[in-house]
Design a protein. Structure first.
Lengths: 619, 151
């Protein structure tokens, strides 16, 4: 429904790409080529969507790994360097010999897939960054950034410097620290994506631990600062043709930073006014559509100024994130996100040519990628771990934070795709980025599981009772997932009423932080269970809060109970109605059966009905 | 949490006269009215909402402590009072024992604010048996206030 609009508008955007791709063809065969290219694209998409969904499912369900790894792997397998490169004779009618190979290599970047497909990936990356911006929680970033920023910054500096230096030391043609490729190898190592960390910690009920809270805060910092660093490096990359002296680089970097800062400030200032105006449309579909349009515009604008489309998209999202309709826009964009982003990961996988890592042909690349990955691990674990050690954590706590910050996730893929399209890195370094992403993400899981064993990660000050830092957790089990979801919403609302700030931890609707000053409470929804964890000093508060919510729910249910009683007017009406048809049956029996059926049509009603039945089961 | 803003010595009663749950609730609401924190004409509506909350589940906890409370639009800010019943009364407490220390809180329904946090703060203070003893044996309102304010 509401997602349709955005989906169709995005398909319309594809049309110019197709036209562009056919530019070089003869005029006569133009329309034929157009149809051929479109047909090929549709076939490609069908294979991509089906395979990345299947692989994503297998990875998540059976291997307990992030979906994105499966989607990426599906791309490697079906891509032009593997199955997609096999000659298929039936495709010759479309002017192609292989399903995924680009018949006309485009430009110097030499991207292996067709421009149409690449265009799709570009739009997907814009959607991804727009949504990331929308979900960035600026107040939290500003308010809780203290310790987290220190740790995040450590990880960024270490990763950037080491990533850059390895490139200088090992890559031919990379002349110095400020060489664009070196800088870009540094930026890629900076990426952080703590989605998998959040998943592991939530399963182990460690989200509200000081480590968990710190990791999340540091990750928000990394998101914001990582984008700025990327903007600066891309600025330098675009401007480096004129010279590489420090003054010039300083100007270019300052310009990139300036554009970033000014646009962000303007965006945050004007977004509320803009959304206020847009509300006149009275339709969130239109508002979300226009917002996405603005994101695309800013994306194009940034690209024109030598930055990157994704940075513009991120700023558009960030600006809108503080408006009162951020949530609605998110809801509407989520539809395209869910559809496009897996395709993006799959397409990224397609760009990986595994054969370049063949040690017999090109051992230096394999060695480089191993070193780069190892250093990427060490840089993050040390870069985040050392500041953690300095801010009150013990060795255990510091290594937990280090491993938590390790995964590069989708962020490095997005960055790498930028570097590839701008010619800052080639397909070999793109492959290295993908390796880094896979290894760091997979490594983080055992790393976290091992380090999170045992006691507190906090260093006890003299006379401090460490048990005061041990998390307490309250678990509530409900009869059905829907009921648990309902009470989750109620509890979050109560936290909001207590002036807590609610923060969603990942894209799903299952993990939340409720924060106020120094208090952080985690709420996790898992199937039919709601679990809340907090520090011991907050336990009384949480218990009292939840009791009131349960009581309110009980009230609601008993309200429904009374509605069902035969003296209710509605029931009487129904009874009268059915006794007209069947005079033999007792009116009561018939009437009630049908009352329930009739109510099923109405979402809210039937939901409550369900809950009611379950609560009596429970008792 | 600033208990000082909410608690003062004129909302503390050292010797509640009531012997039943319903009377205690009336007496506590009366204390709020007498101290000037609650307008007299709102007395019945507030008492009603407190009773409604008690009907859902008693706020009588363990160790003789009860925290009757309600959310209502009759008040603009959170108000509270403290009462002690010598000998205790049957408040339908969770542990079945008589309740002797009452802390009543009324908070605005439509407004956000640290309402449950106030309740939690008070409750947490009372987990300390020594403090409970001192409160129950106190002879002046100032003494009780000092204990709640952590002096």
């Amino acid at each position: 429904m509401k997602k349709k609009l955005l989906l169709s508008s995005f398909f319309m955007m594809l049309a110019p790409l197709v036209l562009m791709a056919s530019d070089g063809e003869h005029h006569l065969s133009y329309s034929l080529t157009l149809t051929h290219n479109m047909t090929l694209l549709v076939l490609q998409l069908s294979i991509i969507i089906i395979s990345c969904r299947l692989f994503g499912y297998i990875f998540e369900r059976y291997l307990k790994m992030p979906k994105v790894l499966g989607e990426l792997l599906s791309g490697i397998i079906i891509g032009p360097y593997a199955l997609g490169g096999i000659k298929l004779s039936f495709l010759s009618g479309l002017g192609a010999s292989q399903l995924f190979t680009n018949p006309l290599p485009i430009g110097e970047a030499g991207i292996a897939i067709t421009p149409e497909l690449w265009g799709l990936a570009v739009i997907a990356s814009i959607v991804l960054l727009f949504l990331t911006g929308l979900e960035t929680d600026l107040p939290t970033f500003i308010k809780f950034s203290g310790k987290g920023s220190f740790i995040g910054l450590g990880g960024i500096v270490f990763s950037f410097v080491f990533g850059d230096l390895i490139a200088v030391a090992m890559l031919g043609g990379v002349t110095g620290f400020m060489h664009p490729t070196a800088l870009f190898m540094g930026v890629m190592s900076v990426a952080t994506s703590v989605g998998i960390t959040a998943q592991v910690l939530s399963q182990k009920k460690k989200m509200s631990t000081p480590e968990g809270v710190t990791i999340l805060a540091a990750a928000v910092f990394d998101d914001v600062v990582g984008i700025i660093v990327l903007a600066v490096v891309l600025g330098i990359g675009a401007g480096s043709g004129a010279g590489t002296d420090w003054a010039h680089i300083g100007i270019v970097a300052g310009k990139a930073l300036g554009i970033w800062l000014v646009t962000t400030l303007l965006g945050i200032f004007f977004a509320p006014k803009l959304t206020k105006g847009m509300k006149r449309f009275k339709s969130m579909e239109i508002v979300a559509g226009i917002s996405f349009g603005i994101a695309l515009f800013l994306a194009g604008f940034f690209e024109m100024f030598g930055l990157a489309m994704i940075i513009g998209a991120y700023i558009a999202g960030l600006s809108l994130s503080q408006t009162d309709i951020a949530y609605e826009i998110r809801e509407h964009v989520q539809g395209i996100y869910d559809f496009l982003v897996p395709i993006f990961f799959c397409v990224m996988g397609m760009l990986v040519d595994l054969s370049i890592f063949n040690p017999f042909e090109n051992s230096s690349l394999l060695i480089f990628s191993i070193v780069y990955v190892l250093i990427a691990i060490v840089a993050k674990v040390l870069g985040c771990g050392l500041p953690a050690l300095l801010s009150g954590f013990n060795l255990k706590g510091a290594s937990r934070i280090g491993f938590g910050m390790l995964p590069r996730g989708e962020v490095i893929l997005i960055m790498a795709s930028q570097g590839l399209s701008k010619g800052l890195i080639g397909q070999d370094m793109f492959g290295v980025a993908v390796m880094t992403m896979i290894v760091t993400t997979v490594m983080a899981i055992p790393g976290l599981l091992v380090t999170f064993r045992g006691g507190s990660g906090y260093r006890a000050k003299k006379g401090e009772d460490l048990s005061a830092k041990e998390m307490k957790s309250i678990e509530l089990e409900f009869a059905t997932p829907r009921m648990a979801e309902f009470i989750k919403g109620e509890i979050l609302e109560s936290f909001r009423n207590e002036e807590f700030f609610i923060q969603k931890v990942d894209h799903s609707d299952h993990l939340f932080y409720a924060r106020k000053d120094a208090v952080t409470i985690t709420l996790a929804l898992e199937h039919d269970k709601v679990s809340i964890s907090m520090l011991p000093q907050d336990e009384t508060f949480v218990r009292l809060l939840v009791v009131e919510d349960i009581l309110a729910m009980k009230d609601l249910l008993s309200g429904l109970e009374s509605m069902k009683s035969p003296d209710m007017m509605g029931a009487e009406l129904m009874m009268g109605m059915f006794s007209m048809f069947d005079s033999d049956a007792t009116p009561q029996d018939k009437g009630f059966d049908n009352t329930e059926k009739a109510e099923e049509g109405d979402d809210e009603e039937s939901e409550d009905e369900e809950k009611e039945n379950e609560s009596s089961d429970e008792e | 949490m600033n208990l000082k803003k909410i608690l003062s010595k004129d909302v503390i009663c050292l010797d509640l006269k009531s012997k039943t749950k319903s009377d205690v609730l009336s007496e506590l609401v009366a204390l709020l009215v007498d101290s000037g924190k609650l307008a007299a004409e709102k007395r019945d509506l507030v008492l009603d909402s407190v009773k409604r909350r008690e009907a859902q589940m008693s706020t009588g906890m363990q160790e003789g402590i009860a925290i009757p409370h309600a959310k209502t639009d009759e008040v603009d800010d959170i108000i509270a009072c403290i009462g002690i019943s010598k000998g205790g009364i049957d408040f339908g407490a969770l542990d079945g024992k008589p309740s002797d220390l009452f802390i009543m809180t009324i908070s605005p329904a439509g407004k956000t604010g640290p309402h449950v946090q106030f309740l939690a703060e008070i409750s947490r203070l009372l987990t300390n048996p020594d403090k409970r003893k001192r409160i129950l044996s106190a002879t002046t309102q100032e003494e009780i206030l000092a204990i709640f304010l952590g002096k």
